[in-house]
Design a protein around this ligand. Structure first.
Ligand code: SAH
Length: 397
């Protein structure tokens, strides 16, 4: 084990004693000259005492910590971490069974593996790297996965085209690292509902697992209701609303591919369902043109409006405008389920934007539920940035 070395400035080891998973460039006094992006590096405090080991990357986050113990970052290390993540999922009631074969196994910092995401979709695992270090170690991580979970998965799809800071030369960011995923597309089951998941061409790792519990809550409120699912993607919320007994469900997305997935998923669960209609349309325009009082329940789950902090103000304006329009249109006594998945927008900022929307709409609004991401997207307590999904269920008079 001959890892590169980084030395901290005096006093900068304090965040590591609290198990913060990153080291910022400002904390670094010196580092080996030949250290390269993606290298595994050991961190020492100013007195030369070992502090942590992790993935080095030039930038403001200089080290993503893998361990606070002096240990080798090899296949056995990844096996131990993956097994720990899996045991935690089992404890959450998320193991494979007849009703469920899709969950997030690894959620980056929340599973002490910064820069790594792994989602299980039936017999395929989709793996995503957000750091050069994880990208370089993808083959080893894939081997750890296939060895540990041979009874569950036979394919590992690597999907990092949009998540790596850049692609190291001559390397692939989208490919099968194991198996070929053949014939598995239609097999994912979530709370007993079937979903076709297109990890090759779909968004994110193919599906928004993070809305699982919020979709279930919608099911609970849907009986006899007219439901509008805006930004529906593959129709997750729509299927739960239909199972909950909604009178009608309208699914809207600007992407034709998303709508065809939503239609396919409704068909797979409910056959030719006359209660469901889908529209390829801009969500804001659809709302603008919709009849006032037509919908009892509206779901607003837009893509991240602010991918960066610099876009924060525009994002907040966007949430305000969209929510104001939905509140204006909703039937008296109706419910608005509104979400933000922008990491740069915190819970309070989002709530304030929705509050402004309520004022603009002139409706009397109460908060019934405050929602977040599910347990398989755990938040490292030292890393509150990991809490990215925020939602409110509003009762609108
Ligand atoms: N609610 C979904 C996830 C939504 S992801 C689920 O539970 O699976 C956001 C979706 O918004 C994407 O499918 C994207 O195609 C769509 N989208 C982005 N901009 C849009 C717009 N202006 N109008 C309608 N849909 C839009």
């Amino acid at each position: 084990m001959n890892y590169k070395k980084i030395y901290l400035k005096k006093g900068k080891e304090a965040s590591l004693q609290r198990f913060h998973p990153w080291i910022f460039s400002g904390a670094v006094a010196k580092k080996d000259n030949d250290i390269q992006d993606g290298d595994i590096a050991e961190v020492y405090d100013c007195e030369g005492k070992f502090a942590a080991v992790g993935h080095y990357q030039q930038g403001s986050i200089m080290l993503r910590i893998l361990s606070f113990r002096k240990e080798e970052i090899n296949i056995d290390f990844f096996k131990r971490r993956l097994l720990k993540a899996y045991e935690a999922r089992k404890g959450m009631g998320l193991d494979y069974n007849d009703n469920q074969n899709c969950f997030r196994l690894v959620h980056g910092e929340g599973d002490f593996l910064p820069g790594l995401i792994i989602d299980f979709y039936a017999s395929t695992a989709v793996m995503q790297a957000h750091s050069v270090g994880m990208h370089i170690q993808r083959g080893m991580i894939c081997d750890a996965l296939t060895e540990l979970f041979a009874d569950k998965i036979d394919s590992v799809y690597y999907k990092s085209e949009n998540t790596l800071p850049y692609l190291p030369e001559d390397e692939e960011s989208e490919c099968y690292l194991a198996g070929n995923g053949a014939g598995h597309e239609a097999a994912a089951v979530e709370n007993g509902l079937k979903f076709a998941i297109d990890w090759e061409r779909g968004q994110k790792t193919g599906f928004f697992i993070d809305q699982r519990e919020n979709r279930k809550l919608l099911e609970h409120y849907s009986k006899g209701k007219n439901v509008l699912n805006l930004f529906c993607y593959s129709g997750g919320f729509s299927c739960y609303a239909l199972r909950g007994g909604a009178a009608l469900v309208h699914s809207v997305d600007s992407s034709a591919r998303a709508i065809s997935l939503a239609d396919k998923n409704v068909e797979a669960n409910f056959g030719g369902c006359p209660r469901h209609r889908s529209y390829v349309a801009d969500a804001f325009e659809f709302l603008q043109q919709s009849e006032k009082g037509m919908y009892d329940v509206i779901v607003l789950d837009p893509p991240a409006f602010a991918k960066r902090r610099s876009a924060l103000n525009n994002a907040l304006q966007g949430y305000k405008r969209l929510n104001a329009k939905a509140l204006e249109k909703i039937k008296p006594g109706g419910l608005l389920l509104t979400f933000s998945c922008s990491q740069a927008v915190d819970k309070n900022q989002f709530r304030l934007a929705v509050f402004s929307a309520a004022v603009i709409s002139g409706r009397k609004v109460r908060i019934l539920h405050q929602l977040t991401q599910p347990s398989d997207h755990p938040i490292n307590i030292c890393h509150p940035e990991g809490e990215y999904l925020k939602g409110l269920v509003l009762y609108v008079e």
